[in-house]
Design a protein around this ligand. Structure first.
Ligand code: PLP
Length: 382
Protein backbone atom coordinates (compact mmCIF):
# COMPACT_ATOMS: atom_id res chain seq x y z
CA UNK A 1 0.00 0.00 0.00
CA UNK A 2 1.04 3.62 -0.51
CA UNK A 3 2.56 5.19 2.58
CA UNK A 4 0.12 7.36 4.55
CA UNK A 5 2.75 10.05 4.96
CA UNK A 6 1.86 10.80 1.35
CA UNK A 7 -1.45 11.12 -0.44
CA UNK A 8 -1.54 9.10 -3.62
CA UNK A 9 -3.95 10.53 -6.18
CA UNK A 10 -2.41 9.11 -9.35
CA UNK A 11 -4.35 5.85 -9.48
CA UNK A 12 -5.11 6.18 -13.19
CA UNK A 13 -1.37 5.80 -13.79
CA UNK A 14 -1.09 2.80 -11.49
CA UNK A 15 -2.95 1.86 -8.33
CA UNK A 16 -1.36 0.15 -5.31
CA UNK A 17 -1.45 -3.63 -5.21
CA UNK A 18 -4.29 -4.91 -3.03
CA UNK A 19 -3.20 -7.08 -0.10
CA UNK A 20 -5.67 -9.81 -1.07
CA UNK A 21 -4.18 -9.85 -4.57
CA UNK A 22 -0.67 -10.18 -3.20
CA UNK A 23 -1.83 -13.10 -1.02
CA UNK A 24 -3.42 -14.86 -4.02
CA UNK A 25 -0.25 -14.33 -6.07
CA UNK A 26 1.95 -15.63 -3.27
CA UNK A 27 -0.14 -18.76 -3.01
CA UNK A 28 -0.15 -19.34 -6.79
CA UNK A 29 3.59 -18.66 -7.00
CA UNK A 30 4.23 -21.31 -4.38
CA UNK A 31 1.75 -23.94 -5.58
CA UNK A 32 1.89 -23.56 -9.36
CA UNK A 33 5.56 -23.80 -10.25
CA UNK A 34 5.16 -25.79 -13.47
CA UNK A 35 4.77 -24.61 -17.04
CA UNK A 36 1.05 -24.76 -17.99
CA UNK A 37 2.07 -26.28 -21.34
CA UNK A 38 3.76 -29.29 -19.71
CA UNK A 39 1.76 -32.45 -20.08
CA UNK A 40 2.67 -33.94 -16.68
CA UNK A 41 0.41 -33.59 -13.66
CA UNK A 42 2.03 -30.40 -12.31
CA UNK A 43 1.76 -28.76 -15.74
CA UNK A 44 -1.87 -29.74 -16.10
CA UNK A 45 -2.55 -28.34 -12.62
CA UNK A 46 -0.94 -25.03 -13.63
CA UNK A 47 -3.00 -24.97 -16.85
CA UNK A 48 -6.16 -25.56 -14.82
CA UNK A 49 -5.19 -22.66 -12.57
CA UNK A 50 -4.89 -20.32 -15.60
CA UNK A 51 -8.22 -21.51 -16.95
CA UNK A 52 -9.84 -21.08 -13.57
CA UNK A 53 -8.59 -17.46 -13.47
CA UNK A 54 -9.92 -16.95 -17.02
CA UNK A 55 -13.35 -18.21 -15.98
CA UNK A 56 -13.42 -16.21 -12.74
CA UNK A 57 -12.47 -13.07 -14.62
CA UNK A 58 -15.39 -13.49 -17.02
CA UNK A 59 -17.82 -14.14 -14.16
CA UNK A 60 -16.53 -11.12 -12.22
CA UNK A 61 -17.02 -8.96 -15.31
CA UNK A 62 -20.60 -10.21 -15.62
CA UNK A 63 -19.93 -11.84 -19.00
CA UNK A 64 -21.25 -15.20 -20.17
CA UNK A 65 -19.56 -17.89 -22.22
CA UNK A 66 -20.15 -16.07 -25.49
CA UNK A 67 -16.99 -14.22 -24.45
CA UNK A 68 -13.39 -15.38 -24.18
CA UNK A 69 -10.27 -13.97 -22.54
CA UNK A 70 -6.79 -13.68 -24.05
CA UNK A 71 -4.27 -12.75 -21.38
CA UNK A 72 -1.63 -10.22 -22.47
CA UNK A 73 1.18 -8.22 -20.88
CA UNK A 74 -1.22 -5.33 -20.22
CA UNK A 75 -3.56 -2.81 -21.80
CA UNK A 76 -1.00 -1.71 -24.38
CA UNK A 77 -0.58 -5.17 -25.83
CA UNK A 78 -4.33 -5.84 -25.70
CA UNK A 79 -4.95 -2.67 -27.73
CA UNK A 80 -2.30 -3.64 -30.28
CA UNK A 81 -3.60 -7.19 -30.55
CA UNK A 82 -7.10 -5.91 -31.30
CA UNK A 83 -6.14 -3.15 -33.73
CA UNK A 84 -3.16 -4.69 -35.52
CA UNK A 85 -4.23 -8.32 -35.12
CA UNK A 86 -7.60 -7.72 -36.74
CA UNK A 87 -6.25 -5.46 -39.47
CA UNK A 88 -3.57 -8.00 -40.38
CA UNK A 89 -6.29 -10.55 -40.99
CA UNK A 90 -8.31 -8.16 -43.14
CA UNK A 91 -5.20 -7.10 -45.11
CA UNK A 92 -4.56 -10.76 -45.87
CA UNK A 93 -8.11 -11.38 -47.00
CA UNK A 94 -8.43 -8.27 -49.15
CA UNK A 95 -4.96 -8.25 -50.70
CA UNK A 96 -6.30 -8.11 -54.23
CA UNK A 97 -8.66 -5.19 -53.64
CA UNK A 98 -7.77 -1.67 -54.70
CA UNK A 99 -8.73 0.15 -51.48
CA UNK A 100 -6.50 -0.20 -48.42
CA UNK A 101 -8.15 -1.26 -45.15
CA UNK A 102 -8.61 1.49 -42.58
CA UNK A 103 -8.80 1.65 -38.80
CA UNK A 104 -10.98 4.46 -37.47
CA UNK A 105 -10.20 5.85 -34.04
CA UNK A 106 -10.30 9.02 -31.93
CA UNK A 107 -7.70 11.70 -31.29
CA UNK A 108 -8.02 11.19 -27.52
CA UNK A 109 -7.08 7.50 -27.62
CA UNK A 110 -4.24 6.17 -25.47
CA UNK A 111 -0.87 6.03 -27.29
CA UNK A 112 -1.32 2.24 -27.24
CA UNK A 113 -3.87 2.72 -30.05
CA UNK A 114 -2.56 5.87 -31.75
CA UNK A 115 0.94 4.39 -31.73
CA UNK A 116 -0.22 1.55 -34.02
CA UNK A 117 -0.18 4.03 -36.89
CA UNK A 118 3.26 3.26 -38.33
CA UNK A 119 2.82 -0.51 -38.04
CA UNK A 120 -0.55 -0.27 -39.77
CA UNK A 121 0.92 1.78 -42.57
CA UNK A 122 3.77 -0.72 -43.06
CA UNK A 123 1.04 -3.34 -43.44
CA UNK A 124 -0.65 -1.23 -46.14
CA UNK A 125 -3.49 -0.06 -43.89
CA UNK A 126 -4.36 3.46 -42.80
CA UNK A 127 -5.26 4.92 -39.38
CA UNK A 128 -8.00 7.57 -39.56
CA UNK A 129 -8.12 9.77 -36.50
CA UNK A 130 -11.37 11.58 -35.70
CA UNK A 131 -11.19 14.88 -33.77
CA UNK A 132 -12.88 15.49 -30.44
CA UNK A 133 -14.61 18.57 -29.12
CA UNK A 134 -12.99 20.77 -26.47
CA UNK A 135 -14.62 18.69 -23.73
CA UNK A 136 -12.91 15.50 -24.87
CA UNK A 137 -15.90 13.87 -26.57
CA UNK A 138 -15.87 12.47 -30.07
CA UNK A 139 -19.31 12.63 -31.74
CA UNK A 140 -20.51 9.16 -32.77
CA UNK A 141 -21.74 10.63 -36.08
CA UNK A 142 -18.22 11.87 -36.90
CA UNK A 143 -16.81 8.41 -36.23
CA UNK A 144 -19.48 6.79 -38.40
CA UNK A 145 -18.73 9.33 -41.13
CA UNK A 146 -15.12 8.09 -41.21
CA UNK A 147 -16.19 4.43 -41.45
CA UNK A 148 -16.28 2.92 -44.94
CA UNK A 149 -16.82 -0.59 -46.34
CA UNK A 150 -12.99 -0.92 -46.11
CA UNK A 151 -12.79 -0.21 -42.39
CA UNK A 152 -11.43 -3.20 -40.52
CA UNK A 153 -11.68 -1.82 -36.97
CA UNK A 154 -13.42 0.99 -35.13
CA UNK A 155 -11.54 1.60 -31.88
CA UNK A 156 -13.16 3.98 -29.37
CA UNK A 157 -11.94 4.17 -25.80
CA UNK A 158 -14.58 3.96 -23.08
CA UNK A 159 -13.07 6.27 -20.42
CA UNK A 160 -10.29 8.66 -21.37
CA UNK A 161 -7.28 8.35 -19.08
CA UNK A 162 -6.40 12.05 -19.02
CA UNK A 163 -9.84 13.64 -18.64
CA UNK A 164 -12.10 10.85 -17.39
CA UNK A 165 -14.59 11.53 -20.18
CA UNK A 166 -16.91 8.66 -21.09
CA UNK A 167 -17.43 8.14 -24.81
CA UNK A 168 -20.75 7.10 -26.31
CA UNK A 169 -19.35 3.82 -27.63
CA UNK A 170 -22.79 2.32 -28.07
CA UNK A 171 -24.04 4.97 -30.52
CA UNK A 172 -20.74 4.95 -32.43
CA UNK A 173 -20.89 1.15 -32.75
CA UNK A 174 -24.50 1.12 -33.94
CA UNK A 175 -23.88 3.81 -36.57
CA UNK A 176 -20.66 2.17 -37.74
CA UNK A 177 -22.30 -1.24 -38.15
CA UNK A 178 -25.03 0.32 -40.30
CA UNK A 179 -22.30 1.44 -42.72
CA UNK A 180 -20.17 -1.68 -42.45
CA UNK A 181 -21.65 -4.83 -40.89
CA UNK A 182 -18.25 -6.59 -41.07
CA UNK A 183 -16.44 -4.02 -38.93
CA UNK A 184 -14.86 -5.13 -35.63
CA UNK A 185 -15.63 -2.76 -32.75
CA UNK A 186 -12.91 -2.45 -30.12
CA UNK A 187 -12.95 -0.40 -26.94
CA UNK A 188 -10.08 0.36 -24.60
CA UNK A 189 -11.80 -0.16 -21.25
CA UNK A 190 -8.64 0.07 -19.13
CA UNK A 191 -9.92 3.09 -17.20
CA UNK A 192 -13.54 1.95 -16.91
CA UNK A 193 -12.85 -1.26 -15.03
CA UNK A 194 -14.08 -0.82 -11.45
CA UNK A 195 -15.96 2.41 -12.20
CA UNK A 196 -18.38 1.59 -15.03
CA UNK A 197 -20.08 -1.66 -16.01
CA UNK A 198 -18.00 -3.70 -18.42
CA UNK A 199 -21.06 -5.88 -19.08
CA UNK A 200 -22.94 -2.85 -20.40
CA UNK A 201 -20.05 -1.85 -22.66
CA UNK A 202 -19.83 -5.46 -23.84
CA UNK A 203 -23.31 -5.28 -25.33
CA UNK A 204 -21.99 -2.71 -27.86
CA UNK A 205 -18.58 -4.06 -28.83
CA UNK A 206 -16.70 -7.10 -30.13
CA UNK A 207 -13.67 -6.77 -27.88
CA UNK A 208 -12.32 -4.78 -24.93
CA UNK A 209 -8.85 -4.14 -23.51
CA UNK A 210 -8.25 -4.38 -19.78
CA UNK A 211 -5.24 -3.90 -17.52
CA UNK A 212 -4.67 -5.24 -14.00
CA UNK A 213 -2.57 -2.50 -12.47
CA UNK A 214 -5.25 0.20 -12.55
CA UNK A 215 -7.47 -1.77 -10.16
CA UNK A 216 -5.06 -3.10 -7.57
CA UNK A 217 -3.67 -5.97 -9.61
CA UNK A 218 -0.05 -6.43 -10.66
CA UNK A 219 1.68 -4.48 -13.42
CA UNK A 220 2.51 -6.35 -16.61
CA UNK A 221 -0.73 -8.27 -17.09
CA UNK A 222 -3.96 -7.46 -18.89
CA UNK A 223 -6.41 -9.02 -21.29
CA UNK A 224 -8.22 -8.68 -24.53
CA UNK A 225 -11.75 -9.89 -23.85
CA UNK A 226 -13.49 -10.80 -27.08
CA UNK A 227 -16.61 -12.40 -28.40
CA UNK A 228 -16.38 -16.00 -29.50
CA UNK A 229 -16.09 -16.17 -33.27
CA UNK A 230 -14.11 -12.93 -33.63
CA UNK A 231 -10.90 -13.80 -35.47
CA UNK A 232 -7.51 -12.12 -35.13
CA UNK A 233 -3.97 -12.72 -36.34
CA UNK A 234 -1.23 -13.03 -33.67
CA UNK A 235 1.35 -10.26 -33.36
CA UNK A 236 4.21 -12.71 -32.84
CA UNK A 237 5.02 -16.27 -33.75
CA UNK A 238 5.61 -18.88 -31.07
CA UNK A 239 3.61 -21.42 -29.16
CA UNK A 240 -0.10 -22.05 -29.12
CA UNK A 241 -0.82 -20.42 -25.76
CA UNK A 242 -3.91 -18.19 -25.64
CA UNK A 243 -5.36 -19.84 -28.76
CA UNK A 244 -2.07 -19.16 -30.55
CA UNK A 245 -2.96 -15.46 -30.56
CA UNK A 246 -0.61 -14.50 -27.73
CA UNK A 247 2.22 -17.02 -27.77
CA UNK A 248 4.58 -17.36 -24.82
CA UNK A 249 4.52 -19.03 -21.42
CA UNK A 250 1.62 -17.64 -19.42
CA UNK A 251 2.30 -15.15 -16.62
CA UNK A 252 0.45 -17.46 -14.23
CA UNK A 253 1.08 -15.52 -11.04
CA UNK A 254 0.09 -12.23 -12.68
CA UNK A 255 -3.01 -13.78 -14.21
CA UNK A 256 -4.14 -15.12 -10.82
CA UNK A 257 -3.58 -11.66 -9.31
CA UNK A 258 -5.49 -10.01 -12.13
CA UNK A 259 -8.53 -12.28 -11.70
CA UNK A 260 -8.53 -11.65 -7.93
CA UNK A 261 -8.31 -7.87 -8.47
CA UNK A 262 -11.28 -7.92 -10.87
CA UNK A 263 -13.29 -9.94 -8.35
CA UNK A 264 -12.51 -7.40 -5.64
CA UNK A 265 -13.13 -4.30 -7.71
CA UNK A 266 -16.60 -5.53 -8.63
CA UNK A 267 -17.61 -4.88 -5.06
CA UNK A 268 -15.94 -1.54 -5.01
CA UNK A 269 -17.65 1.61 -4.05
CA UNK A 270 -17.67 3.58 -7.29
CA UNK A 271 -20.41 5.82 -5.81
CA UNK A 272 -18.18 6.68 -2.87
CA UNK A 273 -15.25 7.45 -5.19
CA UNK A 274 -17.49 9.69 -7.30
CA UNK A 275 -18.61 11.50 -4.10
CA UNK A 276 -14.98 12.13 -3.12
CA UNK A 277 -14.12 13.41 -6.61
CA UNK A 278 -17.08 15.81 -6.41
CA UNK A 279 -15.98 16.91 -2.95
CA UNK A 280 -12.51 17.68 -4.31
CA UNK A 281 -13.96 19.60 -7.27
CA UNK A 282 -16.34 21.70 -5.20
CA UNK A 283 -13.56 22.47 -2.69
CA UNK A 284 -11.29 23.67 -5.50
CA UNK A 285 -14.13 25.73 -6.99
CA UNK A 286 -14.78 27.37 -3.63
CA UNK A 287 -11.20 28.08 -2.64
CA UNK A 288 -9.15 28.69 -5.79
CA UNK A 289 -9.90 31.18 -8.55
CA UNK A 290 -8.59 30.99 -12.13
CA UNK A 291 -9.40 27.29 -12.46
CA UNK A 292 -10.89 25.49 -15.44
CA UNK A 293 -12.26 21.95 -15.07
CA UNK A 294 -12.16 19.67 -18.08
CA UNK A 295 -14.59 17.21 -19.57
CA UNK A 296 -18.25 16.43 -19.12
CA UNK A 297 -19.93 13.04 -18.71
CA UNK A 298 -17.15 11.75 -16.49
CA UNK A 299 -16.25 8.35 -15.07
CA UNK A 300 -16.07 9.71 -11.53
CA UNK A 301 -12.52 8.77 -10.55
CA UNK A 302 -10.58 11.28 -12.67
CA UNK A 303 -10.62 15.06 -12.20
CA UNK A 304 -8.61 17.09 -14.71
CA UNK A 305 -8.20 20.82 -14.31
CA UNK A 306 -6.05 23.72 -15.37
CA UNK A 307 -4.88 26.51 -13.10
CA UNK A 308 -3.92 29.91 -14.42
CA UNK A 309 -0.49 31.27 -13.64
CA UNK A 310 1.36 28.03 -12.76
CA UNK A 311 2.91 25.51 -15.14
CA UNK A 312 1.93 21.82 -14.96
CA UNK A 313 5.44 20.70 -14.06
CA UNK A 314 5.70 23.23 -11.22
CA UNK A 315 2.32 22.14 -9.87
CA UNK A 316 3.16 18.44 -9.98
CA UNK A 317 6.61 18.96 -8.42
CA UNK A 318 5.38 21.35 -5.68
CA UNK A 319 2.49 19.03 -4.76
CA UNK A 320 4.88 16.08 -4.72
CA UNK A 321 7.36 17.93 -2.46
CA UNK A 322 4.45 18.36 -0.01
CA UNK A 323 3.44 14.70 -0.21
CA UNK A 324 0.57 14.83 -2.72
CA UNK A 325 1.11 12.69 -5.81
CA UNK A 326 -0.82 13.65 -8.96
CA UNK A 327 0.17 13.77 -12.60
CA UNK A 328 0.10 16.36 -15.33
CA UNK A 329 -1.97 14.09 -17.59
CA UNK A 330 -1.11 10.66 -18.81
CA UNK A 331 1.89 8.83 -17.40
CA UNK A 332 2.75 8.15 -21.04
CA UNK A 333 3.26 11.85 -21.69
CA UNK A 334 5.62 12.79 -18.91
CA UNK A 335 8.02 14.55 -21.25
CA UNK A 336 5.85 16.04 -24.01
CA UNK A 337 2.51 17.76 -24.31
CA UNK A 338 -0.24 15.20 -24.79
CA UNK A 339 -2.74 15.26 -27.63
CA UNK A 340 -5.47 15.71 -25.03
CA UNK A 341 -3.72 18.77 -23.55
CA UNK A 342 -3.56 20.17 -27.08
CA UNK A 343 -7.31 19.85 -27.68
CA UNK A 344 -8.03 21.78 -24.48
CA UNK A 345 -6.58 24.76 -26.33
CA UNK A 346 -5.32 26.59 -23.24
CA UNK A 347 -2.64 29.28 -23.28
CA UNK A 348 0.89 28.57 -22.03
CA UNK A 349 0.30 30.05 -18.59
CA UNK A 350 -2.30 27.43 -17.67
CA UNK A 351 -0.95 24.35 -15.91
CA UNK A 352 -2.99 21.16 -16.21
CA UNK A 353 -3.09 18.43 -13.56
CA UNK A 354 -5.01 15.20 -13.11
CA UNK A 355 -6.24 13.82 -9.80
CA UNK A 356 -7.26 10.17 -9.98
CA UNK A 357 -8.88 8.42 -7.03
CA UNK A 358 -9.36 4.76 -6.14
CA UNK A 359 -10.90 2.41 -3.59
CA UNK A 360 -8.15 3.33 -1.14
CA UNK A 361 -8.76 7.11 -1.26
CA UNK A 362 -10.36 8.55 1.88
CA UNK A 363 -12.20 11.79 2.62
CA UNK A 364 -9.22 12.82 4.71
CA UNK A 365 -6.91 12.33 1.70
CA UNK A 366 -9.11 14.59 -0.41
CA UNK A 367 -9.39 17.30 2.25
CA UNK A 368 -5.65 17.31 2.91
CA UNK A 369 -4.84 17.34 -0.82
CA UNK A 370 -7.14 20.34 -1.23
CA UNK A 371 -5.35 22.23 1.58
CA UNK A 372 -1.98 21.46 -0.01
CA UNK A 373 -3.17 22.53 -3.48
CA UNK A 374 -4.42 25.86 -2.04
CA UNK A 375 -1.02 26.43 -0.39
CA UNK A 376 0.87 25.57 -3.61
CA UNK A 377 -1.27 27.97 -5.65
CA UNK A 378 -0.73 30.71 -3.08
CA UNK A 379 3.06 30.16 -3.04
CA UNK A 380 3.77 29.53 -6.72
CA UNK A 381 1.24 31.47 -8.78
CA UNK A 382 2.89 34.28 -10.75
C1 PLP B 1 -6.71 4.05 -21.33
C2 PLP B 1 -5.47 3.26 -21.23
N1 PLP B 1 -5.20 2.34 -22.16
C3 PLP B 1 -4.11 1.58 -22.11
C4 PLP B 1 -3.20 1.71 -21.10
C5 PLP B 1 -1.97 0.83 -21.09
O1 PLP B 1 -2.09 -0.16 -20.13
P1 PLP B 1 -0.78 -0.94 -19.62
O2 PLP B 1 -0.04 0.03 -18.75
O3 PLP B 1 -1.32 -2.11 -18.87
O4 PLP B 1 -0.03 -1.34 -20.82
C6 PLP B 1 -3.43 2.66 -20.09
C7 PLP B 1 -2.44 2.87 -19.02
O5 PLP B 1 -1.95 3.96 -18.82
C8 PLP B 1 -4.60 3.45 -20.16
O6 PLP B 1 -4.86 4.37 -19.24
Amino acid sequence: MASKSSIYLDNAASAPLRVEVLAAMNEAGRAEFANPSSSHGAGRKAAACVDDARQRLLVALGLDDSWRVLFTSGGTEADALAVIGRTALVVDRTRKQAAAPTVVTTVIEHPAVLGCRSILSRMGAHLEIVESDRDGHVPPAALAEAVSPHTAVLSVMHVNNELGTVQDVDSAAKLARLKNPEIMIHSDAVQSLGMLGIDTLASSVDCMSLSAHKIGGPRGVGALVLRRGIELAPLTGGGDQEEGLRPGTENLVGIVGFARAVELCRHDDSGRILGLTERLQSGIERRIDGVQFHGRVLSGHILALSIQGIGSDVLVRALSDRGVYVSSGSACHSTRKSHVAKILGLGPNWGTIRFSLSWQTTQDDVDQALDVLCAVVRDFRV
